[in-house]
Write a protein that binds this ligand. Structure first.
Ligand SMILES: [Zn+2]
Length: 387
């Protein structure tokens, strides 16, 4: 029985290190623009960002690809064949509409009805990253800071020299201490620059200690520390997600990030079934979180959610990989739902959107002008702000 080898670890690109130079040329921390609360025409009081690592637009809009359904990968997990058969049965349908709804019931049952989905190229809707690298850290940096940065050119776990929209909001009195980020990948502490930003951040196998211990949290922390570590730098998604859920119930953060990671790891491992299972679980978690917050007065009808990946992947036999040699991996998608976003559903013949626009769009929903504070950032997506 083949063991899960270290070859399953996340795809890595090692480039010449510019870390030292980055520190020298790092921009000033923040413009600290106007601190007074702004009036907003929008109903959104909270924003939630969920990123599903390396989730392709192809599965989001087409559903599971039957031609890949039997791919197990070189390091197939025990019972991989049986798992593949179950996944095929669970997600492959005779029509595209049924297939995608089977894989992503929340996206197609809720967002497509009450929100907007960008990125179906078959219908003339394009979503993409602009950072030029098409792998994880550059994608998260672009999305969270509003611009690609040539210094973020590897997945090395280094402190982000840039200020994320999360850190920027946390500097404002209305949001101070109400900003939190949870991620399966260990890099998230540094992507959000936890040491500098001071925002509540919890990643990978680290126990979470920033709230009073509940029985659920105690168990989650045990599981984090004691379960098998298939990927040394990334925990399975469930402990991360349920930790975040505990924190939402306790602290009701106004700005929340969730980074789900299994999709990318299983794809690199070549296991299409587990990639699909991770995708489906991600959708289920988003649905659970959305349902929970609709029962909480602090969130209900005043929260906008965006779901997107950090990069795409290749096509055909290259579905497992991504990066500069795989041009399709700049292609992404994004799903928005909230009280200020018109229910235009699956977009067609729409203006292209980029991940660099997400930060300013989130801020604008909250009545804040990130784009003015960081002119390099992408402008807010007008269609998300106009109901
Ligand atoms: Zn990634």
């Amino acid at each position: 029985m083949p063991a899960l080898a270290p070859t399953l670890t996340r795809f890595r690109k090692r480039f010449i290190q510019f870390a030292a130079l980055s520190l020298i040329f790092a921009p000033p921390l923040s413009p600290f623009a106007h601190a007074e609360p702004k009036s907003t025409a929008h109903k959104t009081r909270n924003v939630i960002v969920v990123m599903i690592d390396g989730m392709r637009w192809q599965e989001v809009f087409h559903g599971a690809d039957p031609s890949l359904a039997k791919e197990l990968g070189p390091d197939a997990i025990p019972a991989g064949k049986e798992r593949a058969a179950l996944a095929e049965k669970a997600y492959v349908r005779s029509t595209v509409a049924d297939s995608r709804a089977a894989l992503f019931p929340f996206l197609w049952g809720q967002v497509a009805v009450h929100g907007q989905l960008f990125g179906n190229r078959d219908l003339g809707s394009d979503s993409h990253v602009t950072n030029g690298f098409d792998f994880s850290y550059p994608g998260y940096n672009e999305t969270l800071t509003g611009a690609g940065d040539p210094r973020i050119n590897s997945n090395d776990n280094i402190p982000n020299p840039n200020v994320t929209v999360f850190e920027w909001l946390n500097q404002k009195p209305d949001f101070k201490g109400r900003v939190a980020a949870f991620g399966a990948w260990e890099n998230f502490d540094n992507i959000f620059n936890k040491a500098r930003s001071g925002i509540v951040t919890n990643s990978s196998y680290t126990p979470f200690t920033d709230m009073p211990v509940t029985p659920e949290l105690a168990l989650l922390n045990h599981l984090k520390e004691e379960s098998v570590r298939v990927w040394p730098d990334e925990i399975f998604d469930p402990p991360m997600f349920y930790t975040a859920l505990e924190y939402v119930k306790y602290a009701k953060p106004r700005v929340l990030f969730l980074g789900l990671g299994e999709t990318d790891d299983w794809a690199h491992a070549g296991s299409y079934a587990e990639y699909l299972n991770a995708a489906h679980r991600s959708d289920e978690y988003i649905g659970k979180l959305w349902a929970l917050i609709q029962t909480m007065p602090e969130y209900k009808d005043q929260t906008t959610l965006v779901v997107l990946p950090d990069h795409g992947r290749g096509v055909g036999v290259k579905w497992t990989t991504h990066g500069q040699e795989t041009p399709e991996s700049s292609q992404t998608w994004m799903a928005w739902i909230g009280p200020d976003t018109a229910a235009l559903g699956e977009r067609s013949n729409a203006l292209p959107v980029t991940e660099s626009q997400v930060a300013a769009t989130l801020a604008a929903l909250l009545g804040e002008d990130y784009h003015a504070a960081f002119p390099k950032s992408g402008a807010p997506i007008a269609d998300i702000l106009a109901k």
